[in-house]
Ligand binder design. Sequence first.
Ligand SMILES: NC(=O)c1ccc[n+]([C@@H]2O[C@H](COP(=O)([O-])OP(=O)(O)OC[C@H]3O[C@@H](n4cnc5c(N)ncnc54)[C@H](OP(=O)(O)O)[C@@H]3O)[C@@H](O)[C@H]2O)c1
Length: 266
Amino acid sequence: MNVAVLGGTGKTGRAVVAALAQVGVSARPLGRSAFEDLPAALAGADAVHVIAPNLHPDEPAYVASVLAAAAEANVDRLTYHSVASPYAPSMPHHLGKAVAEDLVRRSGLRWTVLQPCAYVQNFLPALADLPAEGGELAVPYAVDTPFGLVDLDDVAAATAVVLTTPGHEGATYELGGPALVTVAGVAGAAAEVLERPVRARRTDPDAWRGEGLDERERAWLRSMFAYYDDHGLPTGPLPLAALLAMVGRAPSPVADVLARVLAGTS
Ligand SMILES: NC(=O)c1ccc[n+]([C@@H]2O[C@H](COP(=O)([O-])OP(=O)(O)OC[C@H]3O[C@@H](n4cnc5c(N)ncnc54)[C@H](OP(=O)(O)O)[C@@H]3O)[C@@H](O)[C@H]2O)c1
């Protein structure tokens, strides 16, 4: 089997390519240059896994171009990496994925939609930089709202299950971690793993600078912070657990992910 992974050179894509390699599937990581001739880039693939770039200004257009290229290249199996709670009109980048999901479902291809929660790994840069005497996990949104934070490696392993076993065509799977956690809970788990004090703190989103992002991207992320302030991003644990059980593994709790990836920094 040969899977073309769009966005395969990014953070999510690299994890998916590695998970596919672990089950003996040849994966073709494709970055932005693949869009110069997408049908040619997809030619010969048995399936395409679609990951859009972060905060794409028009994700439905991006996905529509992939659907057209897949049809032209005679690739009729497609999995789409969406997000948990895509239909959230106050978060433009989620709403773009909701609209793109609809395109996928009406594409005529054999599709599966995956809706991962936020990754535990998003917190790693901040936690890896904490000084030996401890410090803060500072985020521009509430530290006491619930999230179904998920291990990116679990998301990737579940994606490999979906691509390599039957029964997933026409399915939409929300992929949440094994328990609801808060950012304060992440800080507590990090303190245990790093054996130093870690305090969660909400910073003022209006003072958040969003280095390296343009004005639209900053505005979209501020909308997400406002949503997180009010609601977090809760998800259920069962679909991911069921998919991983098919390959004899269980979703990783936040503390286990942090222990695995921060081990070298304590
Ligand atoms: N982080 C989370 O917690 C989370 C949770 C759920 C869903 N997601 C979703 O996961 C997706 C991927 O996130 P990520 O962090 O893995 O992204 P990333 O590391 O920034 O990777 C982006 C990928 O998209 C490609 N790309 C960039 N600009 C492009 C363009 N204009 N046209 C075509 N391809 C382009 C990049 O290729 P090059 O190497 O050529 O630049 C790279 O392969 C996003 O849609 C995000 O919303 C993230």
